[in-house]
Design a protein around this ligand. Structure first.
Ligand SMILES: [Zn+2]
Length: 445
């Protein structure tokens, strides 16, 4: 549904960087923001949405997700996540379907990641064999193929040295030089401190995950800030993984304290969740709600609410050259999130979702709370899924066998389709909206 001419009136504005002084009328055109004017001026003709008591934010970006189907786009949008950066989805036909879905969240994608032939990722069922590379020539061929398919950046899985990933000498010739030659940024999975060091040596652009094995050494922290490497720590995934793995050597405290150290040192930190719905892998993180959990965890690690909100709006937009979004400014995409209260003071207010627009389209955000109101299924399923561990992109150093063992013994819960079912938009009216917000993920069972 197109909402040409809608104006959100008398609203506080977090523009992606700061909370503006005063209150504003923000007008939404066919796909872009058309005007921002003081609230005491008359809004242009057309429908209005009352923004009293609310804050308008840029739509949120989740800088680390995986997809199993197009329904996840609608789920993300209902939680205000209007852009998602896919960090490993295959086959290419599924990615193409997601790109052209025409509704819900807008994506960018790495396609399938590249990995070494001997690490845990190589044993993920269905992992594309052509993405397991052992020679520079294989890597060049793979990157060229992916560039031709239209990937937006490259994803490289780095294991700790000796764990079967690409050997220490390989990342640069295997991946980084080939990807940069094709004009692609390189995002490296690095969930172990040894893998972080490897990523630095290799010259990657973005590190994702925060290690569980130890707090990052101050030399590595300094190297990350000196080289302006971007970090997407996926704390919600690391917390779930640490909890479910039950290995005393792997602690969520290490991940959180690493983020604290990076933040204090001035590193660029971006919000990402590792949301996925893949069976049989390290931690199942639900799409959409998990980004709000990640914002909570970033604040707990030392970012201010304003810095956390920047990490999910203007900062990833700049880092991934998405210059048409991530901020509220005339001419930019009308990807917008209207919430009750002031998330710049208390980031949990971002959960109090009233309305969401993706490129000017109003999202039907009612569906996510329908079941909460009737039988509590929403909050129950949401919580149990976030405690449950399984993932396509293993955040631990164990073997496939032990993931499968853990998964087979863990309690199961219905997938997000049950809790946040996709509901078609029946009316052109803007829906106003959630009777109550959704709860944070539970820490443990
Ligand atoms: Zn991942």
């Amino acid at each position: 549904m197109v909402t040409t001419g809608t104006t959100v009136t008398d609203v506080a504005v977090f523009n992606g960087t700061d909370l503006l002084d005063g209150r504003y009328n923000v007008s939404i055109g066919e796909s872009t923001i058309t005007a921002i004017s003081p609230a005491d001026t008359a809004p242009p003709p057309g429908p209005t949405v009352d923004g009293a008591g609310a804050t308008l934010l840029p739509g949120l970006l989740d800088a680390h997700v995986h997809f199993s189907g197009p329904d996840e786009l609608s789920t993300l949008a209902r939680f205000g996540v209007t852009t998602a950066l896919d960090m490993g989805t295959w086959p290419p036909t599924l990615v193409a379907t997601l790109r052209t879905a025409g509704q819900g969240t807008d994506i960018r994608s790495s396609g399938a990641p590249l990995a070494g032939v001997g690490g845990p990722h190589s044993r993920i069922p269905g992992f594309p064999a052509e993405n397991l590379v052992a020679t520079p020539e294989q890597a060049r061929r793979c990157v060229a193929q992916q560039a031709a398919e239209g990937v937006d950046y490259s994803k490289l899985v780095l294991e700790r040295p000796g764990a079967g990933g690409p050997p220490a000498w390989t990342p640069r010739p295997l991946r980084v030089e080939a990807a940069h030659a094709a004009g692609l940024r390189v995002v490296a999975h690095a969930s172990h401190t040894g893998a972080v060091a490897l990523g630095l040596q290799a010259g990657v652009d973005v590190l994702t995950h925060a290690p569980l094995d130890a707090v990052l050494h101050e030399d590595l922290v300094r190297a990350i800030t000196d080289t302006e490497l971007i970090v997407v720590p996926t704390l919600i995934m690391m917390r779930g993984s640490a909890h479910n793995l039950g290995n005393p050597a792997l602690s969520y405290d290490h991940a959180r304290n690493t983020v604290t150290a990076l933040h204090r040192a001035g590193a660029t930190i971006i919000a990402g969740t590792d949301a996925n719905n893949a069976p049989g892998v390290p931690a199942a993180v639900p799409h959409g709600s998990s980004l709000h959990d990640e914002l909570d965890l970033l604040v707990e690690a030392g970012l201010s609410p304003r810095q956390a909100l920047r990490s999910a709006t203007s900062v990833p937009a700049t880092a991934f050259a998405l210059h048409d979004r991530g901020r509220i400014r005339p001419g930019l995409r009308a990807d917008l999130l209207l919430v009750t209260g002031d998330p710049v003071s208390d980031v949990s207010a971002a959960r109090q979702i009233r309305s969401v627009w993706t490129a000017g389209r109003a999202v039907d955000v009612v569906a996510q709370n329908d079941r909460t109101d009737t039988d509590g299924a929403n909050s129950h399923s949401h919580r149990s899924r976030s405690d449950h561990v399984a993932h396509r992109c293993p955040a631990e150093e164990s073997t496939r066998g032990s993931w499968m063992q853990r998964i087979s013994t863990s309690k199961t819960s219905p997938g997000p389709a049950g809790a946040f079912s996709n509901r078609s938009t029946g009316s052109a009216a803007i829906r106003t909206i959630l009777p109550r917000s959704f709860p944070p993920a539970r820490r443990g069972p």
